[in-house]
Design a protein around this ligand. Structure first.
Ligand code: APR
Length: 253
């Protein structure tokens, strides 16, 4: 008489049978690649600043050099980082099962893309991208690559400043990304929520949306999150441990 099925085995079987899978990722997905989670990102020099102050248009306008330097340091960290086993497990599955898995990321790094999930939905933008702080008066807008050196770089013609291509606190998410995320969530059979505190909306609301539409929702996080009660199962562990265990075993999906 076999005992109850371990949650990870039940989840693996559900993933095996799922025609469509969504994975919502947060900063914890990249933690094992050496990229500090958002709420830990303010270590050392930055620890005396409030992230919401640095990651906001108001904070940038108040102190453009400070905010630009903080992002420059984080960009260098992203460029130096490598996808971890969690990213690679998702990328490998996407390669074996084209179109079956959709990654919806709150992260602004490019590790999912580098691991093989090229069409990752970016809810909060791309830290490696620049854009103009003010709408450029020209059409088409001036090429950001031609901005003069500086912290921040500026347009040689009008002095417009460059800013990172990320969504700052108080800013709306890119509508196309949010629509794509909601559409994917509406029709997925299984949703994994990996490495997010569930503190920031509307991303955090996607787990409840999936559950209400009939998906089996699993949270993968070493610690409690604000949306644990949206999950059918919570696996206490890290992304780089649990995702390979789900996708890469000998009977890999
Ligand atoms: N594997 C999985 N999860 C982990 C790991 C790991 N190795 N290490 C930490 N975590 C979990 C933490 O337990 C926490 O729940 O990752 C989560 C990180 O939470 P946050 O730092 O709040 O990051 P996130 O949830 O992505 O924040 C959401 O808020 O600050 C804004 O725009 C920013 O995208 C960010 C959003």
């Amino acid at each position: 008489m076999s005992g109850p099925v371990p949650p990870i085995d039940e989840l693996r079987e559900r993933l095996r049978a799922a025609p469509s899978i969504c994975v919502l990722t947060g900063a914890g997905m990249s933690a094992e690649s050496g990229i500090a989670t958002f709420r830990d990102a303010l270590t050392g020099l930055w620890s005396r600043f409030d992230p919401a102050q640095l990651a906001s248009e108001q904070g940038f306008r108040a102190n453009p050099k400070l905010v630009w330097d903080w992002y420059a340091e984080r960009r260098a960290g992203v460029r130096a980082a490598e996808p971890n086993a969690g990213h690679r497990a998702l990328g490998g599955f996407a390669g074996r099962h084209p179109g079956r898995l959709t990654v919806i990321s709150q992260n602004v790094d490019d590790l999912d893309q580098r691991a093989g999930n090229a069409d990752t939905i970016r809810l909060h933008g791309d830290i490696l991208e620049d854009r103009w702080l003010e709408p450029c008066a020209r059409s088409p807008g001036c090429d950001t690559a031609r901005a003069s050196a500086g912290t921040p770089p500026r347009c040689a013609e009008c002095g417009n400043a460059l800013r990172p291509g990320v969504v700052w606190f108080g800013e709306a998410l890119p509508l196309a990304a949010l629509d794509a995320a909601e559409s994917a969530v509406n029709c997925c059979a299984v949703m994994l929520v990996v490495g997010t505190s569930g503190a920031v909306w509307p991303a955090a609301g996607l787990a409840g949306r999936a559950r209400r539409r009939g998906a089996f929702v699993a949270i993968l996080n070493p610690h409690e999150s604000e949306i644990d009660d949206e999950a059918h199962v919570v696996l206490r562990g890290t992304a780089a441990t649990l995702l390979p265990a789900l996708f890469d075993g000998s009977d890999r999906l």
